[in-house]
Design a protein around this ligand. Structure first.
Ligand SMILES: [Mn+2]
Length: 317
């Protein structure tokens, strides 16, 4: 049997969650894997060499093959959102160049909590298999035909892809759309661009491979939990946790378990430098005395307040 190919990406801010995520996939998907760390051509503006080698060490210590794959795109200059890095544009750029028959591209804000490799079987006839995204009707009406049934907009966090079909169908198209990103009114980075290129021609991915608690999905039968949305569990603190609804709290608890399992592995793996790197990267992510984590909480609360006021104003007019 050929090895399973998986690809992920992260900038410096996402290195720590990338480590937690990789470890969770290794625990719940034993067997051989070729891991591609997909980075843009200008990766040195967004990542340190020491971070790449730490990811390589982790991946290899889990028994997986590691490759650094420089994808044909300059990401640092591309659009971003308040909490999503332009690094995510390497996803389609990676597919432009990937030599595997099938690849799983996994977001770093996901953790596996059960067997996940069977998601590979979801790809049947299309270039991409992905789960449907909620609440994207406005985009669907703007881009799709009026007859196309709702729910064709997909979430790009968990993808199974056939790179050859991708290149045949969408290679010039997605780059044209990206060129015109601002004029076309896109907001959700590579996900909007990929959806506007593909227009619903995807194979369905069962939701258990992309459970998003922020959108109200129960984690009961989850194989993969996706911390989509603003609130990220690795930046959580007591105040933030208390402000969440019970479903999100439960999913944050699951993340905390994945983090401790990762730490236990690092401790017993008996490599002092690896443990030190990941503990330090956690500290860096959260800031000294968790200060970044608290700033993030306040910024998120203010953002929510602003949205509430705006929608109340809208409601009145
Ligand atoms: Mn995500």
């Amino acid at each position: 049997m050929t090895k399973m190919r998986i690809a992920m990406t992260a900038d410096s801010n996402f290195i720590y969650p990338l480590g937690v995520s990789i470890y969770s996939y290794a625990v719940h998907g034993p067997g051989e894997v070729e891991f591609d760390f997909a980075v843009p051509s200008d990766w040195n503006k967004m990542l340190l060499e020491s971070e790449i080698s730490a990811v390589a060490d982790l991946v290899e210590s889990l028994g997986w093959d590691f490759r650094l794959v420089e994808c044909p795109i300059n990401a640092a200059v591309l659009p971003r959102t308040l909490h999503i890095s332009p690094m995510t544009f390497v996803k389609p750029a990676y597919l432009d160049a990937c030599d595997a028959d099938v690849v799983l591209f996994l977001d770093a804000d996901t953790i596996a909590v059960d067997e996940w490799k069977s998601m590979r079987e979801s790809i049947k006839t299309h270039a991409i298999a992905a789960a449907s995204e909620d609440n994207m009707r406005a985009f669907e009406l703007e881009w799709g035909s009026p007859e196309s049934p709702p729910g064709w907009y997909f979430n790009a966090g968990m993808l199974v892809a056939d790179p050859q079909r991708w290149r045949n169908g969408y290679l010039p198209r997605w780059r044209e759309l990206l060129e015109d990103y601002a004029n076309l009114g896109f907001t959700l980075l590579e996900q909007d661009v990929m959806n506007a290129a593909i227009l619903g021609q995807v194979d369905p991915l069962p939701i258990e491979f992309n459970v998003r608690p922020a959108y109200g999905h129960s984690i009961k039968n989850a194989r993969v939990i996706h911390y989509a949305g603003y609130w990220k569990p690795w930046l959580s603190n007591r105040a933030l946790f208390r402000s969440l609804d019970p479903l999100l709290q439960e999913s944050f608890d699951r993340y905390a378990k994945a983090e401790s399992a990762f730490e236990d592995f690092l401790v017993t793996h008996n490599s002092g430098s690896m443990l030190e790197f990941w503990l330090e990267s956690k500290r860096r992510t959260r800031g000294r005395l968790d200060i970044k984590s608290y700033k993030y909480f306040v910024r998120g609360q203010l953002g929510q307040l602003k949205r509430t006021i705006l929608s109340a104003k809208k409601g009145r007019t």
